[in-house]
Design a protein around this ligand. Sequence first.
Ligand code: UDP
Length: 208
Amino acid sequence: IPQINLFGMTIHALDMPESISTILDWCRTPRERRCQYVVTPNVDHTVMYQTNAALRASYADASLILADGAPVIWASRLLGRALPERVAGSDLAPALFKRANADAEQNQPPLRVYLLGAAPGVAERAAENVIARWPHVEIVGTLSPPLGFEKDPAENDKIFATVAAAQPDLLILGLGAPKQELWIHAHAAELQAKVALCVGATIDFLAG
Ligand code: UDP
């Protein structure tokens, strides 16, 4: 995968269609060593990255690092290492559903998706909207965990086990940064999901 270095960070130089194809390929091949995950840095995240070692460790294991946020694209141009375009997490999820839905009409198996994050009730509402809009996308579970769940080992284990049991092709992980990046980094080796997208408030957007 082509990549550039920006602010000390690796960023992959894929446009939206290439990002979608890459991610759907991973969703359709058997899971190997771990859940592959995608992060979508915006300017806030690039600032956090400089001082947060745990976030850097998570990025080091990410399969795909895509630039969310126009200023990141502008910076890449100014520095002479232009990224093709912005690939925002909040655009990526619906674009993946759209492509997967069209592919299912051509006899591809449905994409199995889990929504984890956002405030109570929001992930369920997002699921209803996804199914209404892209009927061949299968929502295999939704969970909006209580605030601070990741600091309570018993609660965290329960949530991890619930998601893992659903064995999604694609986990939409909307816990905000850096929480979502640290959570997936801690659990990718064991989590029975093929791909996870760390995409901030995307579940809120899907809920409308
Ligand atoms: N959120 C969550 N659990 C938390 C903190 C946040 O599910 O402990 C959700 C919140 O409801 C919202 C998203 O994470 O849906 C945060 O989105 P934001 O745009 O702030 O994320 P960022 O762009 O900072 O990654």
